[in-house]
Design a protein around this ligand. Structure first.
Ligand SMILES: [Zn+2]
Length: 287
């Protein structure tokens, strides 16, 4: 179950599954930040353009990270964010990476869409993922000593990035908790045949081809039309279950970013002119 929380005018969602284990995290909405216009207001992208072709100011983005991360009692300097390239690489964060991707004067963690942090790393305690329709997934060991943040659009999803993140955990699979955050829902995510074929191919490889059709919905009922809508949240959940994580350890928000564009940034609903919102998770030890 997901619950909405607020701190001042900053609102974010939390998964009861993670909260029950004392793990600080949040799927932030677009509200409570300092950015304006198409980026209004808690935008964390310096790369996306508004309708005038301008990017948001790095100082705005930095201040937005300060605002969001303060809700998790940490700072941009103790957090890390990935550059995100729709790939399947999950990088282990190292001591000295603090501030990369969250403080705009430092470089982002390049060439990856997933981050993993364990207790050996010092100077870093939080991981961030930025999305606007793609799926943000936060994972943690039950003791909160290992955490991961994943960006999964359809390309990352069919590259099975979520399993690659889960494989990083050095604990029993029963001890991994997963929260699948707000993203474009099956209600709104019409896709091309290539997405269906890619999911079918991955599921076949994993011996779960029989589940393929349950991950899609037909756009219309006429037999001539083969257009489909994809359920990215459920595809990622199915991949986590196939990896061996118990279903009761996986919490799915069910919130569609397109249907709720007033609350979240949505790439599709905005016609491509939007910011991104941040989801973040904090490791439960400080060192
Ligand atoms: Zn929707």
């Amino acid at each position: 179950m997901f619950f909405k929380r607020g701190k001042g005018d900053v609102f974010y969602y939390t998964s009861s599954l993670l909260s029950e284990h004392g793990i600080a995290h949040g799927f932030f909405t677009r509200h409570g930040g300092v950015s304006s216009g198409d980026f209004s207001s808690l935008n964390v992208s310096t790369a996306r353009k508004d309708k005038s072709g301008n990017c948001d100011a790095p100082l705005n983005v930095y201040r937005n990270y300060v605002i969001a991360l303060s809700c998790l009692e940490t700072t941009p300097e103790r957090a890390v964010g990935a550059k995100q390239v729709h790939g399947d690489v999950v990088l282990c964060v190292e001591s000295g990476d603090g501030g990369k991707g969250t403080n705009p004067i430092l470089p982002e963690m390049c060439g990856c869409d997933g981050l993993f942090l364990d207790e050996t790393t010092t100077g870093v305690d939080a991981l961030c993922v930025k999305t606007a329709d793609c799926v943000p997934i936060l994972l943690s060991s039950k003791d909160g000593k290992q955490v991961s943040a994943v960006h999964a659009g359809w390309r990352g999803t069919v590259l099975d990035i979520v399993t690659k993140a889960a494989e990083k955990f050095d604990c029993p699979k029963e001890d991994i908790l997963c929260a699948v955050g707000p993203c474009i829902g099956v209600c709104c995510y019409e896709v091309g045949e290539e997405v269906y074929e890619a999911v079918k191919s991955l599921f076949s490889y994993k011996g779960m081809e029989n589940l393929t059709d349950s991950m899609f919905r037909n756009v219309c009922t006429c037999s001539a039309c083969s257009k489909k809508k994809a359920n990215l949240s459920e595809i990622n959940k199915a991949l986590l279950i196939a990896f061996g994580i118990p279903e009761e350890n996986i919490d799915v928000s069910g919130i569609c970013t397109v249907c709720h564009e007033k609350e979240f940034f949505s790439h599709r609903k905005s016609g491509g002119f939007s910011g991104t919102f941040v989801s973040a998770i904090r490791r439960q030890i400080r060192n």
